[in-house]
Write a protein that binds this ligand. Structure first.
Ligand SMILES: NC(=O)c1ccc[n+]([C@@H]2O[C@H](COP(=O)([O-])OP(=O)(O)OC[C@H]3O[C@@H](n4cnc5c(N)ncnc54)[C@H](O)[C@@H]3O)[C@@H](O)[C@H]2O)c1
Length: 494
Protein backbone atom coordinates (compact mmCIF):
# COMPACT_ATOMS: atom_id res chain seq x y z
CA UNK A 1 0.00 0.00 0.00
CA UNK A 2 2.90 2.28 0.81
CA UNK A 3 4.41 1.66 -2.63
CA UNK A 4 1.10 2.13 -4.48
CA UNK A 5 0.46 5.42 -2.70
CA UNK A 6 3.91 6.62 -3.81
CA UNK A 7 3.26 5.58 -7.44
CA UNK A 8 0.11 7.75 -7.50
CA UNK A 9 1.32 10.66 -5.32
CA UNK A 10 0.92 13.97 -7.23
CA UNK A 11 4.46 14.92 -6.09
CA UNK A 12 5.83 11.81 -7.78
CA UNK A 13 3.51 10.74 -10.60
CA UNK A 14 3.57 12.35 -14.04
CA UNK A 15 -0.23 12.27 -14.54
CA UNK A 16 -1.59 11.25 -11.13
CA UNK A 17 -5.26 11.72 -12.05
CA UNK A 18 -4.82 9.21 -14.86
CA UNK A 19 -2.80 6.88 -12.58
CA UNK A 20 0.24 7.32 -14.85
CA UNK A 21 3.50 7.31 -12.91
CA UNK A 22 6.10 8.04 -15.63
CA UNK A 23 7.09 7.61 -19.26
CA UNK A 24 3.88 9.11 -20.67
CA UNK A 25 1.88 5.90 -20.37
CA UNK A 26 3.39 3.88 -17.52
CA UNK A 27 0.26 3.02 -15.55
CA UNK A 28 -0.33 1.66 -12.05
CA UNK A 29 -4.01 0.93 -12.67
CA UNK A 30 -6.47 1.47 -15.51
CA UNK A 31 -8.99 3.38 -13.40
CA UNK A 32 -9.71 4.57 -9.86
CA UNK A 33 -12.20 1.76 -9.12
CA UNK A 34 -9.33 -0.69 -9.48
CA UNK A 35 -7.21 1.47 -7.16
CA UNK A 36 -9.91 1.56 -4.49
CA UNK A 37 -10.69 -2.13 -4.69
CA UNK A 38 -7.01 -3.07 -4.54
CA UNK A 39 -6.37 -0.86 -1.51
CA UNK A 40 -9.43 -2.33 0.20
CA UNK A 41 -8.25 -5.90 -0.46
CA UNK A 42 -4.71 -5.11 0.71
CA UNK A 43 -6.10 -3.59 3.91
CA UNK A 44 -8.34 -6.53 4.72
CA UNK A 45 -6.65 -9.66 3.34
CA UNK A 46 -4.78 -12.08 5.57
CA UNK A 47 -1.25 -13.51 5.47
CA UNK A 48 -2.71 -16.75 4.17
CA UNK A 49 -4.13 -15.21 1.02
CA UNK A 50 -2.66 -14.02 -2.28
CA UNK A 51 -4.08 -11.16 -4.34
CA UNK A 52 -3.71 -11.54 -8.12
CA UNK A 53 -3.42 -8.37 -10.20
CA UNK A 54 -4.35 -8.70 -13.88
CA UNK A 55 -3.12 -5.56 -15.71
CA UNK A 56 -4.38 -3.18 -13.05
CA UNK A 57 -7.45 -5.26 -12.26
CA UNK A 58 -7.62 -7.01 -8.88
CA UNK A 59 -8.68 -10.37 -10.29
CA UNK A 60 -9.12 -12.33 -7.09
CA UNK A 61 -7.95 -13.25 -3.62
CA UNK A 62 -6.92 -16.87 -3.34
CA UNK A 63 -6.12 -18.99 -0.31
CA UNK A 64 -2.32 -19.51 -0.07
CA UNK A 65 0.12 -19.64 2.86
CA UNK A 66 2.36 -17.28 4.82
CA UNK A 67 5.47 -17.93 2.69
CA UNK A 68 3.62 -17.43 -0.60
CA UNK A 69 3.67 -14.05 -2.33
CA UNK A 70 0.99 -11.70 -0.95
CA UNK A 71 0.48 -10.20 -4.40
CA UNK A 72 1.26 -11.43 -7.92
CA UNK A 73 1.12 -8.99 -10.82
CA UNK A 74 1.07 -9.23 -14.61
CA UNK A 75 0.71 -6.27 -16.96
CA UNK A 76 0.04 -5.74 -20.65
CA UNK A 77 0.59 -9.33 -21.72
CA UNK A 78 -0.86 -9.89 -25.21
CA UNK A 79 -1.35 -12.89 -27.49
CA UNK A 80 1.37 -12.43 -30.18
CA UNK A 81 -1.13 -12.36 -33.09
CA UNK A 82 -3.07 -9.53 -31.41
CA UNK A 83 -0.14 -7.73 -29.91
CA UNK A 84 -0.43 -4.39 -31.68
CA UNK A 85 -0.20 -0.89 -30.24
CA UNK A 86 -3.73 -0.20 -31.46
CA UNK A 87 -5.20 -3.26 -29.70
CA UNK A 88 -3.32 -2.47 -26.50
CA UNK A 89 -4.61 1.10 -26.52
CA UNK A 90 -8.20 0.01 -27.18
CA UNK A 91 -8.04 -2.49 -24.33
CA UNK A 92 -6.48 0.17 -22.08
CA UNK A 93 -9.36 2.53 -22.91
CA UNK A 94 -11.79 -0.26 -21.99
CA UNK A 95 -10.04 -0.89 -18.65
CA UNK A 96 -8.90 -4.38 -19.73
CA UNK A 97 -5.16 -3.89 -19.71
CA UNK A 98 -2.43 -1.39 -18.82
CA UNK A 99 1.09 -0.70 -20.02
CA UNK A 100 2.92 -1.00 -16.72
CA UNK A 101 6.31 0.32 -17.99
CA UNK A 102 9.22 -1.18 -16.05
CA UNK A 103 8.38 -0.01 -12.55
CA UNK A 104 4.95 1.74 -12.49
CA UNK A 105 2.74 -1.34 -12.76
CA UNK A 106 5.05 -3.27 -10.46
CA UNK A 107 4.82 -0.51 -7.81
CA UNK A 108 8.57 0.05 -7.46
CA UNK A 109 9.21 3.39 -9.20
CA UNK A 110 11.72 5.47 -7.24
CA UNK A 111 11.92 8.57 -9.40
CA UNK A 112 14.92 9.27 -11.63
CA UNK A 113 17.35 7.73 -9.14
CA UNK A 114 17.35 4.35 -10.93
CA UNK A 115 18.33 5.86 -14.25
CA UNK A 116 20.96 8.18 -12.72
CA UNK A 117 22.61 5.19 -11.06
CA UNK A 118 22.21 2.96 -14.16
CA UNK A 119 23.68 5.61 -16.44
CA UNK A 120 26.58 6.28 -14.05
CA UNK A 121 27.38 2.55 -13.93
CA UNK A 122 27.01 2.27 -17.73
CA UNK A 123 29.38 5.19 -18.34
CA UNK A 124 31.96 3.88 -15.86
CA UNK A 125 31.94 0.45 -17.48
CA UNK A 126 31.90 1.84 -21.04
CA UNK A 127 35.00 3.92 -20.29
CA UNK A 128 36.68 0.94 -18.63
CA UNK A 129 35.93 -1.32 -21.59
CA UNK A 130 36.44 0.93 -24.61
CA UNK A 131 38.72 3.81 -23.68
CA UNK A 132 42.46 3.66 -22.97
CA UNK A 133 43.26 3.03 -19.29
CA UNK A 134 43.30 6.27 -17.27
CA UNK A 135 43.26 7.26 -13.63
CA UNK A 136 39.96 9.11 -14.05
CA UNK A 137 37.35 10.10 -16.63
CA UNK A 138 38.49 13.73 -16.73
CA UNK A 139 38.58 15.13 -20.27
CA UNK A 140 36.41 12.36 -21.72
CA UNK A 141 33.33 13.45 -23.70
CA UNK A 142 29.90 11.81 -23.78
CA UNK A 143 27.49 13.10 -26.45
CA UNK A 144 23.79 12.30 -26.23
CA UNK A 145 20.33 13.84 -26.30
CA UNK A 146 17.21 14.29 -24.20
CA UNK A 147 16.67 16.19 -20.96
CA UNK A 148 13.23 14.69 -20.38
CA UNK A 149 11.83 12.39 -17.71
CA UNK A 150 14.51 9.72 -17.78
CA UNK A 151 16.99 11.12 -20.28
CA UNK A 152 17.53 14.15 -18.02
CA UNK A 153 19.53 11.81 -15.78
CA UNK A 154 22.40 11.66 -18.26
CA UNK A 155 24.30 14.89 -17.42
CA UNK A 156 23.89 14.23 -13.69
CA UNK A 157 25.29 10.71 -14.10
CA UNK A 158 28.17 11.98 -16.27
CA UNK A 159 28.98 14.56 -13.58
CA UNK A 160 29.02 11.83 -10.92
CA UNK A 161 31.56 9.80 -12.93
CA UNK A 162 33.68 12.86 -13.74
CA UNK A 163 33.12 13.18 -17.51
CA UNK A 164 32.36 16.09 -19.84
CA UNK A 165 28.84 15.62 -21.24
CA UNK A 166 26.89 17.29 -24.03
CA UNK A 167 23.15 16.63 -23.98
CA UNK A 168 21.12 18.14 -26.83
CA UNK A 169 17.52 19.07 -26.03
CA UNK A 170 15.14 20.78 -28.42
CA UNK A 171 12.43 21.66 -25.92
CA UNK A 172 13.45 24.80 -24.02
CA UNK A 173 11.08 24.02 -21.13
CA UNK A 174 12.60 20.56 -20.53
CA UNK A 175 16.11 21.99 -20.81
CA UNK A 176 15.58 24.89 -18.41
CA UNK A 177 13.85 22.62 -15.88
CA UNK A 178 16.95 20.41 -15.66
CA UNK A 179 19.23 23.45 -15.60
CA UNK A 180 17.23 25.05 -12.78
CA UNK A 181 17.39 21.75 -10.85
CA UNK A 182 21.17 21.79 -11.13
CA UNK A 183 21.24 18.55 -13.13
CA UNK A 184 23.11 20.22 -15.99
CA UNK A 185 25.53 23.09 -15.51
CA UNK A 186 25.98 25.07 -18.71
CA UNK A 187 23.52 26.01 -21.49
CA UNK A 188 24.85 26.67 -25.02
CA UNK A 189 22.81 27.30 -28.15
CA UNK A 190 25.52 28.03 -30.71
CA UNK A 191 27.26 25.13 -32.43
CA UNK A 192 30.60 26.90 -32.97
CA UNK A 193 30.69 27.95 -29.33
CA UNK A 194 29.89 24.35 -28.34
CA UNK A 195 32.86 23.05 -30.32
CA UNK A 196 35.19 25.61 -28.75
CA UNK A 197 33.99 24.92 -25.19
CA UNK A 198 34.40 21.16 -25.69
CA UNK A 199 37.86 21.53 -27.28
CA UNK A 200 39.05 23.63 -24.35
CA UNK A 201 37.50 21.35 -21.73
CA UNK A 202 39.13 18.30 -23.32
CA UNK A 203 42.51 20.03 -23.53
CA UNK A 204 42.25 21.11 -19.86
CA UNK A 205 41.08 17.62 -18.88
CA UNK A 206 38.03 19.04 -17.15
CA UNK A 207 36.06 16.68 -14.91
CA UNK A 208 32.30 16.83 -14.31
CA UNK A 209 31.36 19.49 -16.84
CA UNK A 210 27.80 19.04 -18.12
CA UNK A 211 26.63 21.06 -21.12
CA UNK A 212 23.04 21.28 -22.36
CA UNK A 213 22.86 22.20 -26.04
CA UNK A 214 19.57 23.89 -26.87
CA UNK A 215 18.75 22.53 -30.31
CA UNK A 216 18.49 19.38 -32.38
CA UNK A 217 20.88 16.54 -31.64
CA UNK A 218 21.29 15.85 -35.36
CA UNK A 219 22.82 19.31 -35.81
CA UNK A 220 25.30 18.51 -33.02
CA UNK A 221 26.40 15.17 -34.49
CA UNK A 222 26.73 16.78 -37.94
CA UNK A 223 28.79 19.66 -36.51
CA UNK A 224 31.15 17.26 -34.73
CA UNK A 225 31.39 15.12 -37.89
CA UNK A 226 32.35 18.23 -39.90
CA UNK A 227 34.91 19.23 -37.27
CA UNK A 228 36.48 15.74 -37.41
CA UNK A 229 36.58 15.82 -41.19
CA UNK A 230 38.14 19.29 -41.33
CA UNK A 231 40.68 18.87 -38.54
CA UNK A 232 41.07 15.12 -38.02
CA UNK A 233 40.15 15.72 -34.37
CA UNK A 234 37.36 13.57 -32.89
CA UNK A 235 35.83 15.45 -29.97
CA UNK A 236 33.52 12.61 -28.87
CA UNK A 237 34.64 9.55 -26.91
CA UNK A 238 31.29 7.98 -26.07
CA UNK A 239 27.88 8.59 -27.62
CA UNK A 240 24.28 7.53 -27.41
CA UNK A 241 20.74 8.89 -27.79
CA UNK A 242 17.77 9.18 -25.49
CA UNK A 243 15.11 10.87 -27.55
CA UNK A 244 11.80 9.02 -27.07
CA UNK A 245 12.16 6.96 -30.22
CA UNK A 246 9.83 4.31 -28.84
CA UNK A 247 7.19 6.88 -29.92
CA UNK A 248 8.75 8.56 -33.00
CA UNK A 249 5.76 10.20 -34.71
CA UNK A 250 3.80 11.58 -31.78
CA UNK A 251 6.31 13.80 -30.05
CA UNK A 252 9.06 11.37 -29.07
CA UNK A 253 11.51 12.53 -31.75
CA UNK A 254 11.81 16.05 -33.19
CA UNK A 255 13.12 16.11 -36.76
CA UNK A 256 16.08 18.27 -37.69
CA UNK A 257 15.27 21.37 -39.71
CA UNK A 258 12.05 22.19 -37.81
CA UNK A 259 11.86 24.30 -34.69
CA UNK A 260 10.15 22.74 -31.69
CA UNK A 261 6.99 24.76 -32.36
CA UNK A 262 6.99 23.95 -36.09
CA UNK A 263 7.30 20.26 -35.25
CA UNK A 264 4.34 20.40 -32.87
CA UNK A 265 2.19 22.03 -35.55
CA UNK A 266 3.29 19.64 -38.30
CA UNK A 267 2.74 16.61 -36.08
CA UNK A 268 -0.91 17.58 -35.55
CA UNK A 269 -1.82 19.13 -38.90
CA UNK A 270 0.29 17.25 -41.48
CA UNK A 271 1.12 13.90 -39.87
CA UNK A 272 2.26 12.25 -43.12
CA UNK A 273 4.72 15.03 -43.85
CA UNK A 274 5.86 14.91 -40.22
CA UNK A 275 6.53 11.18 -40.49
CA UNK A 276 8.65 11.78 -43.58
CA UNK A 277 10.56 14.52 -41.76
CA UNK A 278 11.28 12.15 -38.86
CA UNK A 279 12.54 9.47 -41.24
CA UNK A 280 14.76 11.92 -43.13
CA UNK A 281 16.08 13.21 -39.81
CA UNK A 282 16.94 9.69 -38.68
CA UNK A 283 18.81 9.08 -41.92
CA UNK A 284 20.90 12.23 -41.30
CA UNK A 285 21.26 11.37 -37.60
CA UNK A 286 22.70 7.91 -38.36
CA UNK A 287 24.95 9.20 -41.15
CA UNK A 288 26.49 11.76 -38.79
CA UNK A 289 26.91 9.21 -35.97
CA UNK A 290 28.59 6.87 -38.49
CA UNK A 291 31.00 9.63 -39.51
CA UNK A 292 32.00 10.42 -35.90
CA UNK A 293 32.31 6.72 -35.05
CA UNK A 294 34.58 6.27 -38.07
CA UNK A 295 36.88 8.78 -36.33
CA UNK A 296 37.02 6.78 -33.11
CA UNK A 297 33.88 7.40 -31.02
CA UNK A 298 31.94 4.54 -29.44
CA UNK A 299 28.14 4.58 -29.85
CA UNK A 300 25.39 2.44 -28.32
CA UNK A 301 21.59 2.25 -28.33
CA UNK A 302 20.38 3.33 -24.91
CA UNK A 303 17.11 1.38 -24.84
CA UNK A 304 15.06 3.97 -26.76
CA UNK A 305 14.51 1.97 -29.99
CA UNK A 306 17.14 4.00 -31.88
CA UNK A 307 18.28 0.95 -33.88
CA UNK A 308 14.76 -0.24 -34.63
CA UNK A 309 13.40 3.11 -35.80
CA UNK A 310 16.55 3.94 -37.76
CA UNK A 311 16.15 0.67 -39.64
CA UNK A 312 12.47 1.42 -40.27
CA UNK A 313 13.50 4.82 -41.65
CA UNK A 314 16.00 3.12 -44.01
CA UNK A 315 18.97 4.83 -42.35
CA UNK A 316 22.46 3.35 -42.83
CA UNK A 317 22.29 1.49 -39.52
CA UNK A 318 22.92 -2.03 -40.81
CA UNK A 319 26.24 -3.65 -41.63
CA UNK A 320 26.86 -3.83 -45.39
CA UNK A 321 29.55 -5.34 -47.56
CA UNK A 322 30.03 -9.04 -48.22
CA UNK A 323 33.10 -9.48 -46.03
CA UNK A 324 31.56 -7.57 -43.08
CA UNK A 325 28.32 -9.53 -43.36
CA UNK A 326 30.20 -12.82 -43.47
CA UNK A 327 32.07 -11.82 -40.31
CA UNK A 328 28.83 -11.51 -38.32
CA UNK A 329 27.98 -14.48 -36.12
CA UNK A 330 24.95 -16.59 -37.13
CA UNK A 331 21.68 -15.07 -36.05
CA UNK A 332 23.19 -11.58 -35.52
CA UNK A 333 20.70 -8.75 -35.99
CA UNK A 334 23.10 -7.05 -38.41
CA UNK A 335 23.04 -3.63 -36.76
CA UNK A 336 26.26 -1.59 -36.81
CA UNK A 337 25.82 -0.72 -33.14
CA UNK A 338 24.89 -2.66 -30.07
CA UNK A 339 22.36 -2.10 -27.36
CA UNK A 340 23.98 -0.80 -24.18
CA UNK A 341 23.26 -4.16 -22.57
CA UNK A 342 25.11 -6.01 -25.29
CA UNK A 343 27.92 -3.47 -25.59
CA UNK A 344 28.51 -2.74 -21.93
CA UNK A 345 26.23 -3.99 -19.20
CA UNK A 346 25.91 -7.62 -20.33
CA UNK A 347 29.47 -8.23 -19.10
CA UNK A 348 28.46 -6.92 -15.69
CA UNK A 349 25.21 -8.89 -15.55
CA UNK A 350 27.29 -11.96 -16.44
CA UNK A 351 29.22 -11.43 -13.20
CA UNK A 352 25.92 -11.83 -11.37
CA UNK A 353 25.79 -8.09 -10.62
CA UNK A 354 22.50 -6.34 -11.15
CA UNK A 355 20.26 -3.70 -9.63
CA UNK A 356 17.91 -3.95 -6.71
CA UNK A 357 16.13 -1.23 -4.79
CA UNK A 358 15.02 -0.76 -1.24
CA UNK A 359 12.45 1.54 0.31
CA UNK A 360 12.27 2.47 4.00
CA UNK A 361 8.65 1.86 4.92
CA UNK A 362 8.91 4.42 7.75
CA UNK A 363 9.38 7.21 5.19
CA UNK A 364 12.18 8.59 7.41
CA UNK A 365 15.30 10.09 5.85
CA UNK A 366 17.28 8.92 8.91
CA UNK A 367 16.37 5.31 8.12
CA UNK A 368 17.59 5.73 4.55
CA UNK A 369 20.89 7.18 5.76
CA UNK A 370 21.26 4.20 8.13
CA UNK A 371 20.58 1.72 5.31
CA UNK A 372 23.12 3.51 3.06
CA UNK A 373 25.71 3.09 5.81
CA UNK A 374 24.82 -0.59 6.23
CA UNK A 375 25.17 -1.19 2.48
CA UNK A 376 28.49 0.70 2.33
CA UNK A 377 29.94 -1.25 5.30
CA UNK A 378 28.88 -4.54 3.74
CA UNK A 379 30.42 -3.70 0.35
CA UNK A 380 33.62 -2.46 1.98
CA UNK A 381 33.96 -5.81 3.74
CA UNK A 382 33.05 -7.91 0.68
CA UNK A 383 35.43 -6.13 -1.70
CA UNK A 384 38.28 -7.25 0.53
CA UNK A 385 36.94 -10.65 1.62
CA UNK A 386 35.57 -11.94 -1.66
CA UNK A 387 38.03 -13.78 -3.81
CA UNK A 388 37.16 -11.86 -6.96
CA UNK A 389 38.72 -10.65 -10.19
CA UNK A 390 39.47 -7.05 -11.08
CA UNK A 391 36.21 -6.43 -12.96
CA UNK A 392 34.10 -7.70 -10.07
CA UNK A 393 36.04 -5.59 -7.57
CA UNK A 394 35.55 -2.60 -9.85
CA UNK A 395 31.77 -3.16 -9.61
CA UNK A 396 31.95 -3.12 -5.84
CA UNK A 397 34.02 0.06 -5.99
CA UNK A 398 31.64 1.82 -8.43
CA UNK A 399 28.69 1.00 -6.18
CA UNK A 400 30.54 2.05 -3.07
CA UNK A 401 31.20 5.43 -4.71
CA UNK A 402 27.48 5.66 -5.52
CA UNK A 403 26.07 4.68 -2.14
CA UNK A 404 28.53 6.86 -0.21
CA UNK A 405 27.58 9.96 -2.21
CA UNK A 406 23.91 9.09 -2.77
CA UNK A 407 22.71 11.14 0.21
CA UNK A 408 24.57 14.24 -1.03
CA UNK A 409 23.21 13.78 -4.55
CA UNK A 410 19.67 14.17 -3.15
CA UNK A 411 18.10 11.51 -5.32
CA UNK A 412 14.98 10.89 -3.24
CA UNK A 413 11.64 11.56 -4.94
CA UNK A 414 8.66 10.40 -2.92
CA UNK A 415 9.68 7.30 -1.00
CA UNK A 416 12.94 7.04 0.97
CA UNK A 417 14.49 4.71 -1.56
CA UNK A 418 17.88 3.63 -2.82
CA UNK A 419 19.14 1.66 -5.82
CA UNK A 420 22.34 -0.35 -5.87
CA UNK A 421 24.04 -3.14 -7.81
CA UNK A 422 25.46 -6.18 -6.06
CA UNK A 423 26.03 -9.84 -6.77
CA UNK A 424 24.10 -12.63 -5.03
CA UNK A 425 26.36 -12.63 -1.97
CA UNK A 426 26.26 -8.84 -1.70
CA UNK A 427 22.47 -8.73 -1.91
CA UNK A 428 21.99 -11.46 0.66
CA UNK A 429 24.45 -9.93 3.10
CA UNK A 430 23.00 -6.43 2.74
CA UNK A 431 19.47 -7.81 3.23
CA UNK A 432 20.48 -9.79 6.34
CA UNK A 433 22.28 -6.74 7.78
CA UNK A 434 19.14 -4.66 7.26
CA UNK A 435 16.96 -7.33 8.86
CA UNK A 436 19.29 -7.28 11.88
CA UNK A 437 19.02 -3.48 12.03
CA UNK A 438 15.21 -3.69 12.02
CA UNK A 439 15.34 -6.36 14.73
CA UNK A 440 17.61 -4.38 17.07
CA UNK A 441 15.84 -1.07 16.49
CA UNK A 442 18.53 0.76 14.48
CA UNK A 443 15.89 1.05 11.75
CA UNK A 444 12.47 2.26 12.83
CA UNK A 445 10.41 0.11 10.44
CA UNK A 446 10.63 -2.58 7.78
CA UNK A 447 12.58 -2.16 4.56
CA UNK A 448 10.95 -3.16 1.26
CA UNK A 449 13.40 -4.65 -1.23
CA UNK A 450 12.51 -4.82 -4.88
CA UNK A 451 13.94 -5.98 -8.16
CA UNK A 452 14.60 -3.95 -11.26
CA UNK A 453 14.11 -4.85 -14.92
CA UNK A 454 17.86 -4.97 -15.39
CA UNK A 455 18.17 -7.55 -12.70
CA UNK A 456 20.10 -10.51 -14.07
CA UNK A 457 17.94 -12.35 -16.65
CA UNK A 458 14.82 -10.50 -15.52
CA UNK A 459 13.75 -9.23 -18.96
CA UNK A 460 13.34 -10.69 -22.43
CA UNK A 461 13.79 -7.77 -24.82
CA UNK A 462 15.42 -8.26 -28.24
CA UNK A 463 16.62 -4.66 -28.57
CA UNK A 464 17.98 -4.34 -25.08
CA UNK A 465 18.49 -6.98 -22.42
CA UNK A 466 18.61 -9.98 -24.78
CA UNK A 467 19.94 -8.18 -27.85
CA UNK A 468 21.95 -10.61 -29.99
CA UNK A 469 21.90 -13.31 -27.34
CA UNK A 470 22.09 -16.13 -29.83
CA UNK A 471 21.11 -19.12 -27.72
CA UNK A 472 17.49 -18.35 -28.65
CA UNK A 473 16.77 -16.07 -25.72
CA UNK A 474 16.79 -13.03 -28.02
CA UNK A 475 13.35 -13.98 -29.33
CA UNK A 476 11.88 -16.32 -26.76
CA UNK A 477 10.15 -15.10 -23.62
CA UNK A 478 10.53 -18.00 -21.20
CA UNK A 479 13.23 -16.44 -19.01
CA UNK A 480 11.18 -13.60 -17.56
CA UNK A 481 8.40 -16.08 -16.75
CA UNK A 482 10.91 -18.35 -15.01
CA UNK A 483 12.11 -15.42 -12.97
CA UNK A 484 8.60 -14.69 -11.80
CA UNK A 485 7.78 -18.32 -11.01
CA UNK A 486 11.12 -18.85 -9.31
CA UNK A 487 10.80 -15.75 -7.17
CA UNK A 488 7.32 -16.74 -6.12
CA UNK A 489 8.46 -20.21 -5.12
CA UNK A 490 11.40 -18.81 -3.21
CA UNK A 491 9.16 -16.62 -1.12
CA UNK A 492 9.19 -13.24 -2.85
CA UNK A 493 6.45 -11.10 -1.39
CA UNK A 494 5.31 -9.33 -4.54
N1 LIG B 1 18.14 2.54 -20.83
C1 LIG B 1 16.96 2.30 -20.32
O1 LIG B 1 16.72 1.28 -19.74
C2 LIG B 1 15.95 3.36 -20.44
C3 LIG B 1 15.50 3.94 -19.28
C4 LIG B 1 14.59 4.98 -19.36
C5 LIG B 1 14.14 5.39 -20.59
N2 LIG B 1 14.54 4.78 -21.73
C6 LIG B 1 14.05 5.24 -23.04
O2 LIG B 1 14.68 6.50 -23.30
C7 LIG B 1 13.80 7.34 -24.02
C8 LIG B 1 13.68 8.70 -23.33
O3 LIG B 1 12.93 8.58 -22.12
P1 LIG B 1 12.41 9.91 -21.35
O4 LIG B 1 11.59 9.44 -20.21
O5 LIG B 1 13.55 10.81 -21.07
O6 LIG B 1 11.48 10.56 -22.48
P2 LIG B 1 11.06 12.09 -22.66
O7 LIG B 1 10.12 12.08 -23.81
O8 LIG B 1 10.64 12.67 -21.36
O9 LIG B 1 12.43 12.83 -23.09
C9 LIG B 1 13.00 12.77 -24.38
C10 LIG B 1 13.50 14.17 -24.72
O10 LIG B 1 14.14 14.15 -25.99
C11 LIG B 1 13.90 15.41 -26.62
N3 LIG B 1 14.11 15.25 -28.06
C12 LIG B 1 13.38 14.52 -28.92
N4 LIG B 1 13.89 14.59 -30.16
C13 LIG B 1 14.99 15.38 -30.08
C14 LIG B 1 15.97 15.77 -31.01
N5 LIG B 1 15.94 15.35 -32.29
N6 LIG B 1 16.97 16.58 -30.59
C15 LIG B 1 17.05 17.00 -29.30
N7 LIG B 1 16.14 16.65 -28.36
C16 LIG B 1 15.13 15.82 -28.74
C17 LIG B 1 12.47 15.73 -26.26
O11 LIG B 1 12.20 17.11 -26.38
C18 LIG B 1 12.37 15.20 -24.83
O12 LIG B 1 12.55 16.21 -23.85
C19 LIG B 1 12.49 6.58 -24.14
O13 LIG B 1 12.41 5.95 -25.40
C20 LIG B 1 12.56 5.56 -23.03
O14 LIG B 1 11.78 4.39 -23.27
C21 LIG B 1 15.45 3.78 -21.68
Amino acid sequence: MNMIITMTDPRVAQFPDELITYGGNGAVFGNWAQFRLTMHYLATMTNEQTLTMYSGHPMGIFPSHTDAPRVVVTNGTMIPRHSTKENLETLYACGNTIYGQMTAGSYCYIGPQGIVHGTAITLLNAARKYLPPAASNAGRVYLTSGLGGMSGAQPKAADIVGMISITAEIDGAALHKRHAQGWVQLVIDDLDELVEVVRTARAEKRASLSIAFHGNVVDVWERFARHAEETGECLVDLGSDQTSLHNPYNGGYYPVGLTYEEALTSMASTPDAFKEAVEESLRRHVAAVNAVVARGAIFWDYGNAFLLESERASAAIKVTGDAELRALPDGHSGFKYESYVEAIMGDIFSLGFGPFRWVCASGNAADLAATDAIAAETIERLRVEEDCDELTRAQYDDNLLWVKSAGENKMVVGSQARILYADARGRCEIAVAMNDAVADGRLSAAVVTSRDHHDVSGTDSPYRETSNVRDGSMTTADMATHNAIGDAMRGGAL
